[in-house]
Design a protein around this ligand. Structure first.
Ligand code: AVJ
Length: 327
């Protein structure tokens, strides 16, 4: 039996590469013109650590602004949640934001964090179980941009969704509509969705938030290449690439790129990719919305905006949506 397993090994290895979404996306994105990689691959352990550091930067206003809104409006948000509901969080970063809602809404009976990283999920659940012993916590390891099943135990409960951090800004507007439709389907009748959305504002403030003086955002961006080196045996020389982030006013988005400082070739998983000097890998879009712009996007996906709250500067918004067909 052992030798049969050993013989099957090369095949197993190949299929593992084929189903590794990071490997598949990296090869596909680097083969395209222009080159790109999905921003969802930023968050390995090091990328998550760097993002946490970004949230504490003086220039990076979104986290502080959203936290302020959640603290100021926790009571109003809690009032809008169904009694005994399961709160489903799409992508679970730090626990700071969900804690505000869980503390304000003791009427919640379950919390369902959905995240692509199973390891992170379990650690998070363990800490929250200690601090909220009356709450049932059912972590789901899934890519929340795709349809997924809720655990059987929460299917009988009314549902609310939480999608903070303006993560929705990483989607193309059309993909954001698709995500909101998928969320509507998963949450079902009577659902409420609380979503954090960054707002269009002075380009200088946006620019500074993605070009911090300490260079943490640059390190976060470059970590994508380091991650390919670590996990895919890639040969990127990090000093041969530069961080570039700018506000694209026409498309209302921050774009992040990695710029090749010289003509070079890099191999990834055995495949060779050529870079011209100045050629970029597009690594992230972070869409910014006007108050009306996002409300109309939500309407296209079957949601009605019931409330829109912002921080004192009007930098960031938290929206409360309910399903149109419940009207
Ligand atoms: C986590 C997607 C909301 O777009 O501001 C921070 C990620 N990228 N700095 C954002 C990010 C560069 C962040 N989101």
């Amino acid at each position: 039996m052992k030798s049969a397993v050993a013989k099957a090994c090369p095949l197993t290895k190949k299929s593992q590469v084929e189903v590794n979404p990071f490997a598949t996306d990296a090869i596909k994105g680097l083969s395209a013109t222009p080159k790109s990689i999905s921003a969802k691959h930023f968050y390995d352990a090091e990328g998550s650590r760097l993002f946490e550091e970004i949230t504490r930067l003086p220039e990076y206003y979104p986290t502080r602004s959203e936290m302020q809104v959640l603290r100021d409006r926790a009571g109003e948000i809690a009032d809008a949640l169904p009694e005994d509901a399961a709160l489903v969080e799409f992508g679970s970063g730090s626990t700071a934001k969900i804690r505000i809602l869980l503390e304000a809404a003791p009427k919640l009976s379950a919390y369902v964090p959905v995240d692509i990283s199973a390891q992170y999920l379990e650690a998070e659940a363990a800490v929250l179980r200690r601090d909220f012993p009356a709450l049932d916590i059912f972590p789901v390891a899934a890519d929340f941009t795709r349809p997924f099943e809720l655990p059987a135990k929460v299917r009988a409960l009314p549902r609310a969704g939480f999608f903070p951090g303006s993560t929705i800004g990483n989607f193309e507007p059309l993909a954001a509509v698709k995500f909101l439709r998928n969320a509507a389907r998963i949450l079902g009748r009577g659902a409420v969705l609380v979503v954090g959305v960054d707002l269009v504002k002075d380009a200088r403030i946006l620019h500074a938030a993605y070009n911090d003086a300490a260079g943490v955002t640059a390190a976060f961006n470059l970590n994508l290449l380091a991650r390919m080196n670590r996990e895919l045996g890639a040969t990127f020389d990090l000093s041969a690439f530069a961080h570039r982030a700018f506000y694209n006013r026409e498309r209302q988005r921050i774009e992040m790129h990695l710029v090749s400082r010289r003509r070079q070739s890099v191999s990834v998983n055995g495949a060779v990719f050529e870079f011209e000097r100045g050629e970029t890998v597009h690594t992230e879009n972070s869409y910014k919305y006007t108050p009306e712009g996002f409300a109309s996007l939500a309407r296209q996906a079957g949601w009605v905006e019931r409330a829109l709250w912002t921080d004192a500067h009007g930098y960031f918004s938290v929206r409360l949506l309910t399903l149109k067909r419940d009207l």
